[in-house]
Write a protein that binds this ligand. Structure first.
Ligand code: PEP
Length: 258
């Protein structure tokens, strides 16, 4: 079983639709200039909702290999949920991935593991791929209970899931203390947790599922550290914030294999 590496750029609340246009065009050009091999690394951009239609238009018009997705989704199908966006609205726009459980949403919107799991299920049922985020705060890392904490988050979100469904999702391990801080977990730190996640998946859902599920690292990943991170056995890609906002740095990370 081979897992296709994935570089996912989480733009967060950055870039309006005009800036999104510029970034995607620039990224496409950078990738084309270096003959990017999409079979070696899937390239995904995750813009704010208001940019998705613009990204879709560019990707479709130029038949680009770049994929795009959303940063969050509602668990409801439609109705009186002011401000929310449904899975069908995203699939209609050609989104193929949706992030849930990012630490910023857990912290600022009180999202629980159960809600995160419900969102992942909704996204999978709609035919898209969930990117389920997990990760510990600094105090937990300092207490040495980070592995246990992260596995607890994942197990709570995936409670009752079938192995075949788990194999289709992406898990992103993002230590909160490394997000947007410039403080990257060392490759060994990242591998420790990503390896523990795969081991737990094997225990809970079987070895085949654990082999198939992609596990990403996120937290100040950048061109300077991506090769070392990607050399780790259980790291299948990265969820990238800051460094995904510049076409050249993100494209360089996508070429980690070169
Ligand atoms: C993120 O927010 O998912 C992230 C990893 O951000 P950064 O790369 O900026 O640390």
């Amino acid at each position: 079983m081979t897992r296709t590496p994935l570089m996912a750029g989480n733009w967060k609340m950055n870039l309006d639709h005009l800036e999104a246009n510029h970034l995607v065009q620039g990224l496409a050009m950078e990738l084309a200039d270096h003959n990017h091999d999409y079979s070696q690394c899937e390239v995904l951009v995750i813009p704010p909702f208001t940019d998705i239609r613009t990204v879709q238009t560019i990707v479709d018009a130029d038949n680009l290999g770049i994929k795009y997705g959303a940063q969050d989704v509602s668990v409801h199908d439609n109705g009186a949920y002011t401000g929310e966006i449904s899975t069908s609205m995203l699939t209609k726009l050609g989104c193929t991935y949706v992030v849930m459980g990012h630490s910023e949403r857990r912290e600022y919107h009180n999202e629980s593991d159960e809600l995160v799991g419900e969102k992942a299920r909704k996204v999978l049922d709609a035919g898209m791929t969930p990117i389920l985020c997990c990760g510990e705060a600094l105090e937990i890392r300092k207490a040495g209970t980070h592995v246990e904490f992260v596995l607890g988050q994942i197990r709570a979100a995936l409670k009752g899931w079938d192995a075949a469904d788990v194999a289709k999702i992406v898990i992103a391990y993002e230590p909160i203390w490394a997000i947007g801080t410039g403080e990257t977990a060392t490759a060994d730190d990242a591998q420790e947790v990503c390896g523990a996640i795969r081991k737990a998946l094997a225990e809970d859902f079987g070895a085949e599922t654990a082999e198939a599920t992609r596990v990403l690292y996120g937290g100040s990943a950048k061109p300077g550290n991506i090769k070392e991170l990607m050399a780790q056995e259980d790291i299948d890609g990265a969820l990238i914030g800051g460094a995904s906002l510049k076409a050249d740095s993100f494209a360089e990370m996508c070429r980690f294999y070169a």
